[in-house]
Design a protein around this ligand. Structure first.
Ligand code: SAM
Ligand code: SF4
Ligand code: F3S
Length: 457
């Protein structure tokens, strides 16, 4: 383990004489990565860096990358490529790459060989090495990297959070599931759960600071604690967090359907602070494809979970992730996916065209489905979902909804936007002083992407 305190002091000393140095940190991918970006910023703040949203005025640039799909990687390579110019204009500029892309050997090698403007590479489990790598740069070293794996959660480390009212709290890292299409277990390692005491302490502090939304994060929160001796299960953790004082909503993401137990579903209904919404990624409506994906549940089993929720609350809100065009997905497989989304009536879906990831099992399959077919299926899926959302959102017409206002609407002047407890986007006329507050609205109109309402009381 590095003696970060001493290195941070050294860096502060070297940088101290200069006008305020600015760092530009950009995170791609999922909320776990955004959370890592907040920890990176916490370390930089300690070293004396300020922050900028404009890469042109930065003295240090860190791109915190995602590897889940090829287009995410291409985007980062495009941005790093364009930074060559910036470095020529400002040779003292330091550029670092962190996050999931760095954990793939062939990518790390490509960065080292083809992008000499990059000064350091920081692996997903090596955030604590940032001061050491930065010191190497300031000390004149041309390139340094740390992609080693520490099971280190940096408990208590300072974070520079993106929001003053919404906070992400990772409860575990890594994934054990090895879905055949997915790179995450290879770039994030095996599941490691944080201790419940540490999570409870963090949420208590956030609630005391006035945070209104706590998002618990993990690749499969339902297996939280399985790696801890005698620790809490996820439903037990939810119940403990529900006891914390304060007016806030608890959300969590993601739940693997194979582990969505009745205990979990009951905890959602029993805990008044837990949002009445479940993100339950199904990926496909075909049992054959689910089996090839190594998802370890069937459509029938998945629907049992949905039916239990809807028996207890017929309007219960569900969202999901879907992959279109898994290798050799047939028309019939795809039709079954359409049937499933019509049956479940999701409020929203997050759908992705399958992307081949080197090193995964599915990448070895000889895929005979054309890109054109995949594109057409994607369009059809989105069209069907648009109709479902429009129809399904009608259940909120005339109803009262509690919204956490989180910004000004980009579509309508004078309107605010926010998320309801059920994770539905809402828009309503309101003053920007309400941002970060809960407001009650009455729904007056529904669109296929949001509900529109007016503030009451
Ligand atoms: N752990 C979460 C789960 O299992 O639900 C998902 C995490 S993953 C970062 C988010 C979503 O990306 C997945 O649910 C899946 O739909 C999608 N995804 C993952 N690998 C993909 C791939 N190779 N091509 C297309 N989509 C992919
Ligand atoms: Fe990827 Fe599957 Fe793990 Fe989710 S559960 S991160 S899709 S391997
Ligand atoms: Fe991407 Fe890594 Fe998250 S691959 S989706 S940033 S865990």
């Amino acid at each position: 383990m590095t003696d970060n305190k001493a290195i941070i002091e050294k860096i502060k000393e070297v940088l101290g004489g200069r006008s305020e140095l600015k760092a530009y940190v950009r995170s791609f991918g999922c909320q776990l990565n955004v959370s890592d970006g907040e920890k990176i910023k916490g370390l930089l703040k300690k070293m004396g860096y300020g922050f900028t949203e404009d890469e042109n005025e930065a003295d240090l640039i860190i791109l915190n990358t995602c590897a889940v799909r090829e287009n995410a990687e291409d985007r980062v390579f495009g941005i790093v490529g364009s930074m060559k110019k910036l470095k020529e204009l400002k040779p003292e500029l330091i550029i670092g790459i962190s996050g999931c892309m760095t954990a793939q050997e062939h990518i790390a090698e490509k960065i080292r060989k083809s992008y000499p403007q990059v000064d350091f590479v920081l692996g997903t489990s090596a955030i604590n090495s940032l001061p050491r790598l930065l010191w190497n740069c300031l000390d004149g070293q041309k390139f340094s990297a740390d992609t080693s794996e520490y099971a280190d959660f940096s408990e208590g480390a300072e974070q520079v959070r993106e929001s003053t009212f919404k906070a992400s709290v990772p409860i575990m890292f890594g994934c054990n599931n090895f879905c055949t299409y997915c790179i995450v277990p290879y770039v994030r390692g095996r599941e490691r759960s944080r201790r419940a005491e540490d999570i409870i302490k963090e949420v208590t502090e956030l609630a005391a600071q006035g945070y209104k939304e706590i998002m618990l994060l993990g690749q499969n929160v339902n297996s939280y604690g399985n790696d801890l001796d005698g620790g809490m299960s996820f439903p037990q953790l939810l119940r403990s967090l529900n006891e914390i004082d304060g007016d806030f909503v608890i959300r969590f993401m993601s739940s693997h359907p194979k582990d969505a137990s009745k205990e979990l579903l009951d905890a959602i209904f029993d805990c008044e602070k837990v949002a009445k919404h479940l993100h339950l990624p199904v990926q496909s409506g075909s049992n054959e494809i689910l089996s090839k994906m190594n998802r370890r549940y069937t459509v029938e089993k998945y629907l049992e979970t949905v039916d239990y929720l809807r028996e207890r609350d017929p309007g219960f809100s569900l969202t999901t992730d879907l992959i279109v065009g898994f290798p050799n997905e047939s028309d019939e497989d795809f039709r079954q996916t359409l049937e499933l989304i019509k049956r479940v009536k999701y409020d929203n879906i997050y759908s992705f065209i399958y992307s081949r990831r080197t090193g995964t099992k599915a990448a070895e399959i000889d895929d005979r489905i054309s890109e054109e077919t995949k594109g057409l299926r994607m369009r059809e899926l989105l069209e069907v979902q648009r109709e479902i959302s429009t129809e399904h959102y009608k259940r909120f017409l005339g109803k009262r909804m509690r919204i956490l206002a989180d910004g000004e609407s980009k579509k309508h002047e004078g309107f605010l936007t926010g998320k309801s407890n059920e994770f539905i986007i809402a828009e309503f006329a309101g003053d920007s002083s309400l941002i970060g507050q809960f407001v009650d609205i009455e729904v007056t109109e529904v669109k296929n992407w949001a509900v529109i309402g007016r503030i009451i009381d």
